[in-house]
Design a protein around this ligand. Structure first.
Ligand code: UDP
Ligand code: MG
Length: 306
């Protein structure tokens, strides 16, 4: 056969949606497109044991399906990378496990396969206010610090050319952020329009806390944002203390100071040492993460493959 398409799907706690998803992908590739495909499910060590059991049953029934389970919960990015490392396709498609992304949007992506990355954009997202807020913050950081083309809408439903995926896999970080790597590797990204469906079964796995952690990972490990903010704030504080220093000296010279300014000195001292400690903390955070990366901590470990 000609080209092979690998569909990589991270799985976390889902059960009911999985077979439906396989059936839809099968229908699209076998009846509509008549193209060769493989499906790789990566169980991100779901707390719900039924996920892996369901996957094993699916594996028995469908020969195009490969299932792997991670040793522990590494998070969505780790699960995707594990899937990438096994994908044999010329094009790799990533989508969620909960049917919020529809396989029937895949043909539109394949029409644009001349581009390095094809992303399904959604006119209307089934998201809550908090989800939209964190995604707006992420967009801002991505555009400002990560070379994200301004006109591109980013979603987890996308198709990536094999050579780009190989580059992604060559980046070794314990805090991977695949979307950021995409902008780093290529600027040839395009959108196609698709539909975002409401979750049919169960609830989203990302509560506010998890979304916030994902955002911090992006900010600290994948942008120089905090370091730059630190330098800027340090700069402003230095200037302010210089000006107040001069004012104090002038007041002293003019004889306006009758009592030694113990209060102001102590206020300044505590404030400045507070700021210094805060900044040391930020540097410490970077050091910890640099150390983790130097140690070559893996972003994923596969437990089993069938
Ligand atoms: N996911 C994962 N590991 C996790 C949490 C989620 O691989 O620890 C995957 C999950 O299997 C799904 C995708 O991330 O394919 C999106 O998850 P969910 O639908 O819960 O998030 P939402 O659509 O609400 O953003
Ligand atoms: Mg979802």
């Amino acid at each position: 056969m000609s080209e092979l398409y690998s569909i990589v799907i991270p799985v976390y706690n889902s059960t009911k949606s999985l077979e439906e998803l396989v059936e839809q992908i099968k229908d699209v590739f076998e009846n509509q497109l008549k193209l060769d495909y493989e499906i790789i499910f990566v169980d991100d060590h779901s707390p719900n044991p039924q996920s892996w059991e369901t996957l094993k049953q699916i594996r028995q029934k469908y020969e195009k399906v490969t299932i792997v389970q991670l040793m522990r919960n590494f998070g969505k990015e780790g699960a995707l990378l594990a899937g990438f490392s096994l994908a044999k396709g010329d094009y790799i498609i990533t989508m969620d496990d909960d049917l919020q992304h529809s396989p029937y949007d895949i043909p539109k992506m394949i029409e644009k396969k001349d581009h390095d990355v094809v992303i399904v954009a959604f006119k209307k997202k089934q998201h809550t206010f908090m989800q939209r807020l964190t995604s707006e913050m992420r967009s801002w950081v991505e555009i400002k610090y990560m070379r994200r083309p301004r006109h591109i809408k980013m979603t987890p439903f996308k198709m990536i050319r094999r050579s780009v995926v190989e580059q992604i896999l060559s980046i070794r970080s314990a805090y991977p952020f695949i979307t950021g790597y995409l902008y780093y590797i290529t600027q040839d990204l395009v959108n196609v329009w698709g539909t975002h469906y409401p979750r049919k079964y169960d609830k989203s796995n990302f509560n506010i806390r998890r979304r916030w952690l994902v955002f911090l990972n992006l900010l600290i490990n994948n942008t120089p944002f905090l370091l730059k903010a630190m330098i800027n704030i340090g700069f402003i504080i230095t200037i302010l203390s210089f000006i107040t220093g001069i004012i104090f000296i002038i007041r002293r010279i003019l004889g306006l100071v009758s009592l030694p300014g113990w209060t102001s000195i102590i206020v300044l001292l505590t404030f400045l040492s507070g700021v210094i400690i805060l900044f040391l903390g930020i540097i410490g955070e970077y050091l910890i993460r640099i150390l983790n990366n130097v140690e070559n901590k893996p972003a994923f470990v596969i437990k089993q493959k069938i």
